[in-house]
Design a protein around this ligand. Structure first.
Ligand code: ISL
Ligand code: CA
Length: 554
């Protein structure tokens, strides 16, 4: 009998697509659904099981589709529902699954619900959003938005403010209202009936608000998210209702996103007995180095902290829930620039990060371009950036008299556009992404770093990902087995074991440019099965950014 703890979404490797930047099929400089369809064989060739599409719904694109004006229609730039149906069919025909992004915390201000809601206090849609009176001509409280400025916007017609935790074009939906909740479940059902295989749920941790709307201590934004915006009083009640009403009726997967989901509360979301979500994305490792002055003024952190985060999460979730493993997505820097070395050891460290990503317990998520070692970009001027988060932060920093050279450097390191430059397909104009000028500039290093070049090179990062994905699938101990970190206090080496009753794996990852030695024992019955260097060396020795995976069959 099949063990009920073993399910497809635990064993899956997911490939995340940011459609705007993946492939343009009709020469308007914007990636689209047909472009993804063209590339399905490529995606399949990676060995992944699931494609996750960032939002493709109708949207005025204030935040690239995370501001939805119609949840039942496809964004005009991306194509039509016919294109979507063809894409879904193409994915399924290749024995892959498709999950979409659900954005239920906020809509666009151009959604008809919001247009109605802002007309009058009596409008039947008024209560779909949070409207509050101001205090002495000021917003109802001092909450800051994720994207700068107040989280409240005044509406002169009805003389009240509405809440928007993100941009003012992303008003927060009022989940207290049962009618609104029904609308969301209807949307979910609509897409499940079309045959999609699940949802990644955007900022799901924030759907329930503290209705007292108390003022907050403004000194540290991450604390505000943790203590106020996330994990509101009714969030679990809402998720249970959603699960019971729609999710539980389909064989689908869910992954909830949300800053504020942490070690103390994660099991409330994904515990086996909770009937809420299958897994969540947490940001403990992604927020490393985000100091009190925010992400654009990063502070130092160490490998010890990084390792500890993965160890604590594994310990917390084992046997009780399930985790997700990712190192990057469309909101963060490129993984090789952030956690590896994109200078002298780009190839080695990209492969090392792939080894980590695909040998930890949890569902693995790869973000487009990671598989060829795409790097951060350093545009010379802020004019070349498109992300409203960076642009707003830039204006705020300028108004506060900050050193703007230093700030631009912060954007180079941490900006979300690092992950949004077009996918680098070939060494031809616009990296083969589009024949027209792309909506955001390509990274000039596409001449060196591109899919075409790596396709036929057996030693490329791309082919390393392919073999590492295959290896994970053929060695389920890497999916379900136990985990233990060795030498957690070592500053350069991430060493860990994975094991079950059949086999043991020892993974050694040198996160430094130094030549180092593993101090533990590697008995001769351990076989070296994965290595990111070709020439052999002493078993315990690790060259700069070297990754070794040993296997012992019992
Ligand atoms: O991007 C972040 C840090 O720079 C995160 O704090 C991010 O804002 C947060 O995780 C929520 O992200 C999600 O919702 C946003 C959208 O802009 C992001 O792209 C999305 O992933 C609003 O919908
Ligand atoms: Ca296009």
């Amino acid at each position: 009998m099949k063990n009920k703890n073993k399910v497809w979404w635990k064993e899956a490797v997911v490939y995340q697509i940011y459609p705007r930047s993946f492939k343009d099929s009709n020469a308007d400089g914007i990636g689209d659904l047909n472009g993804i369809l063209e590339k399905l064989d490529y995606i399949k060739s990676l060995g992944v099981d699931i494609i996750w599409l960032c939002p493709i719904y109708q949207s005025p694109n204030d935040d690239n589709g995370y501001d939805i004006s119609n949840y039942y229609e496809i964004m005009t730039e991306f194509g039509t529902m016919l294109h979507f149906d063809a894409l879904l069919e193409g994915v399924h025909a290749r024995q892959m699954k498709l999950i979409m992004d659900l954005v239920p915390n906020h809509s666009s201000d151009e959604h008809h619900w919001f247009k109605e809601s802002s007309k009058s206090k009596e409008n039947p849609y008024r209560d779909y959003y949070y409207w509050r009176k101001g205090k002495n001509n000021l917003p109802p409280n001092n909450w800051p938005s994720f994207f700068g400025g107040s989280a409240w916007e005044y509406n002169a017609e009805t003389e009240e403010y509405y809440l928007h935790l993100f941009s003012k074009k992303q008003p927060d939906l009022n989940w207290e209202n049962p009618e609104l909740r029904k609308e969301i479940y209807k949307i979910i059902e609509f897409w499940f009936k079309k045959g999609i295989d699940g949802f990644r749920m955007d900022v799901i941790s924030a759907i329930s608000k503290d209705l007292e709307f108390p003022d907050v201590d403004l000194s540290n934004f991450i604390n505000i998210i943790n203590n106020q915006y996330s994990n509101g009083p009714r969030v679990h009640e809402f998720l249970k209702e959603m699960n019971q009403n729609v999710l539980s009726k389909y064989d689908i997967m869910t992954v909830g996103e949300g800053p504020g989901i942490n070690l103390n509360n994660c099991l409330d979301y994904v515990g086996n007995d909770r009937n809420e979500l299958n897994m969540v994305f947490h940001f403990d490792h992604m927020f490393l180095g985000h100091g009190a002055n925010g992400k654009y003024e990063p502070t130092p952190w160490s490998l010890i902290e990084f390792k500890n985060i993965f160890s604590l999460w594994d310990e917390k979730l084992k046997n009780k829930g399930w985790g997700s493993i990712f190192l990057g997505n469309h909101d963060f820097a490129r993984i090789v620039s952030r956690f590896g070395n994109d200078n002298n050891y780009r190839i080695e460290s990209s492969k090392l990060l792939a080894t980590l990503l695909l040998s930890l317990r949890g569902t693995s998520f790869i973000y487009q371009g990671e598989e060829i070692g795409m790097t951060n970009v350093s545009f010379d001027t802020i004019e070349d950036y498109r992300d409203l988060e960076a642009l707003n932060a830039w204006q705020e920093a300028a108004a506060n008299g900050k050193d703007m050279g230093k700030f631009l450097n912060g954007v180079h390191q941490q900006g979300r556009d690092n992950a949004r430059t077009p996918m680098q397909w070939r060494n031809t104009i616009n990296a083969g992404f589009s024949t027209a000028e792309p909506w955001i500039k390509v990274n000039p290093n596409y001449t060196e770093i591109n899919v075409y070049k790596q396709e036929n090179d057996p030693l490329s990062i791309l082919n390393f990902y392919r073999s590492m994905i295959k290896f994970r699938k053929n060695n389920p101990t890497l999916i379900y087995g136990e985990y233990k970190c060795l030498y957690p206090e070592d500053l350069n080496l991430y060493a860990f074991e994975r094991w079950d009753s059949n086999s043991t794996y020892l993974i050694l990852l040198n996160f430094s440019e130094a030549n180092i030695l593993f101090e533990g024992d590697i008995s001769s019955s351990y076989q070296l099965v994965i290595n990111n260097y070709i020439s052999p060396n002493e078993r315990k020795a690790l060259r700069p950014w070297e990754a070794k995976l040993f296997k012992l069959d019992k």
